[in-house]
Design a protein around this ligand. Structure first.
Ligand SMILES: NC(=O)c1ccc[n+]([C@@H]2O[C@H](COP(=O)([O-])OP(=O)(O)OC[C@H]3O[C@@H](n4cnc5c(N)ncnc54)[C@H](O)[C@@H]3O)[C@@H](O)[C@H]2O)c1
Length: 273
């Protein structure tokens, strides 16, 4: 798919993988990128990136990705200004890590301490339901644009009209301490497979990438000791992946229409039992 001149939307766009992807897409000639994030510095990061890229490409939108009204406002504004949103990388994500089943050793009689249900629901809201809905809305943007032009079922000679990359994780295959995050990321697989089947009717592709441990604030928050002792020894690369390496793979998935399904970019992650 030709990315030059297209319009993109990235959630979690001011940090880590999202930010690197925004930069990567800008270098591919994408015309405009909605940079969606709840971070206080959303506007200043967009400004800084525009300065570096020497054009007004990043448009900041600050809000919570789980907020339906916010999502609709962002798409409505983008569509009013640019017609449609062709590309979507819903990368905003959080972790709430903790072992799922613990025993409170201090209590007598022994008390169970299970993973918090409210944390579980928040992780599912942010990491599973929100990215799916931002992706659906992007497919909807392309579908609406084509319908306005009187087009029905997409035909190959029309060229691919849109592409979505969901951000999974190596944790989708299971990871100690990540019951909610692993569930959310595994759920994205089902969404990707289904959306890939449905959205091609409108000329939109959908893929998923499963990154391994990448050097972003999310992983830095684990602390150096955990990274050195529990992460790096379980990878073949024995270093954290750079965000630009994941961004490059995401750009590849968006661009190359022959590629479907999932890509593992995991630095050879092979955790022991
Ligand atoms: N870093 C890794 O090792 C790794 C590995 C696999 C998958 N991932 C996934 O990649 C994506 C990006 O992660 P990252 O490592 O770049 O993290 P990061 O913490 O650097 O960036 C995440 C961004 O999402 C934003 N965000 C979080 N919740 C939000 C919300 N509710 N509304 C709006 N914005 C919100 C944050 O403000 C932040 O800017 C996530 O989906 C993450 O699960 C990361």
């Amino acid at each position: 798919m030709e990315l030059n001149g297209k319009t993109a939307l990235i959630t979690g766009g001011i940090s880590g993988i999202g930010r690197a992807t925004a930069r990567g897409l800008a270098l591919e000639g994408v015309r405009t990128i909605a940079l969606v994030d709840m971070g206080e510095d959303t506007a200043s990061v967009a400004e800084e990136m525009n300065r570096e890229l020497e054009r007004e490409i990043m448009i900041p939108y600050r809000g919570d990705v789980v907020d339906t009204d916010f999502r609709e406002r962002v798409f409505a504004n983008m569509e009013e200004r640019f017609g449609l949103v062709n590309l979507c990388v819903p990368a905003a994500g959080i972790t709430r890590d903790r072992l799922a089943v613990k025993i409170d050793k201090k209590s007598d009689p022994v008390k169970l301490d299970l993973y918090s249900e409210s944390d579980f629901r928040r992780v599912l809201d942010v990491d599973l339901i929100a990215p799916i809905y931002w992706a659906l809305r992007c497919a909807g943007s392309v579908a609406q644009d084509r319908a306005k032009r009187g087009l029905k079922r997409w035909e190959p000679d029309e060229m691919v009209q849109g592409a979505i990359v969901l951000i999974g994780s190596v944790s989708s295959a299971g990871n100690r301490g990540q019951i909610s995050y692993a569930t959310a990321k595994a759920g994205l697989e089902g969404a990707q497979a289904t959306l890939a089947m449905e959205a091609i009717f409108h000329g939109v592709r959908c893929a998923i990438i499963h990154p391994g441990f990448t050097d972003t604030p999310m992983v830095q928050a684990l602390g150096e000791k955990i990274v050195q002792e529990q992460v790096l020894p379980n990878t073949q690369l024995r270093r954290l992946i750079r965000p630009d390496e994941i961004a490059e793979a995401i750009v590849f998935l968006l661009k190359n229409s022959a590629v479907s399904g999932r890509l593992w970019a995991d630095a050879g992650w092979h955790p022991s039992a």
